[in-house]
Ligand binder design. Structure first.
Ligand SMILES: Nc1ncnc2c1ncn2[C@@H]1O[C@H](COP(=O)(O)OP(=O)(O)OP(=O)(O)O)[C@@H](O)[C@H]1O
Ligand SMILES: [Mg+2]
Length: 180
């Protein structure tokens, strides 16, 4: 089945903490809604307050968290919604599982790319500083791995661009892919 403009799909944004996933998700949602599309954001932090409230930060729990998000995103995106997932999703196995659950034809993987140094400098939640002080011990990029994707459909580099420029880049790529 081919998926063209007006069809739902999942925009799965993976990247280090502080790379810009939530920032871009919010801006993208605004732009897409303004153009008449139905949009929902599944943000890791929010999902952890809801359907993943029982999960921690072990590998097993991170994979379960990603699986639950995949499941909900499947339901949304097959009903015409653009589901924007903003999830660190550090393991390539989880992202591959998401592609399987959602269906490859509805899955667009975006690598929100910034160096660890840049993310740590931004540190919007102060978590890198806490990790460096040893106050948290499962910080992705510090104690826990981040497996950068080599199979992303879109790579958006946020280090040398403004959020607005990065959003325009993603929208341009989606148009070129005939998703919008
Ligand atoms: N081009 C850009 N795109 C997105 N964010 C940017 C960009 N340039 C600078 N920033 C800044 O980087 C920070 C990104 O924080 P954000 O909360 O969006 O990250 P995140 O990937 O959602 O992190 P987490 O995984 O911890 O939730 C914000 O302070 C944002 O203003
Ligand atoms: Mg975020």
């Amino acid at each position: 089945m081919s998926v063209g403009p007006q069809e739902g799909f999942t925009l799965w944004m993976t990247g280090l903490p502080g790379s810009g996933k939530s920032t871009l998700a919010t801006l993208l949602k605004g732009k897409l809604k303004a153009s008449g599309r139905m949009v929902e954001i599944l943000d890791g932090d929010e999902v952890r307050k809801g359907i993943s409230r029982d999960l921690g930060l072990s590998r097993e729990d991170r994979e379960e968290h990603a699986w639950r998000v995949s499941f909900v995103s499947k339901l949304l995106s097959r009903n015409g919604v653009i589901s924007i997932v903003a999830l660190i999703s550090p393991y390539s196995t989880s992202r591959e599982a998401a592609r399987q659950v959602i269906g490859a034809e509805r899955f667009v993987q975006v690598y929100v790319k910034a160096s660890l140094q840049a993310c740590e400098r931004r540190d919007p939640k102060g978590l890198y500083a806490k990790a460096r002080r040893g106050e948290i011990t499962n910080m992705t990029g510090i104690q826990d791995p981040y497996e950068a994707p080599s199979d992303a459909d879109i790579v958006v580099e946020t280090e040398m661009a403004t959020p607005e420029e990065s959003v325009e880049y993603v929208l341009g790529r989606l148009r070129a892919m005939d998703r919008l």
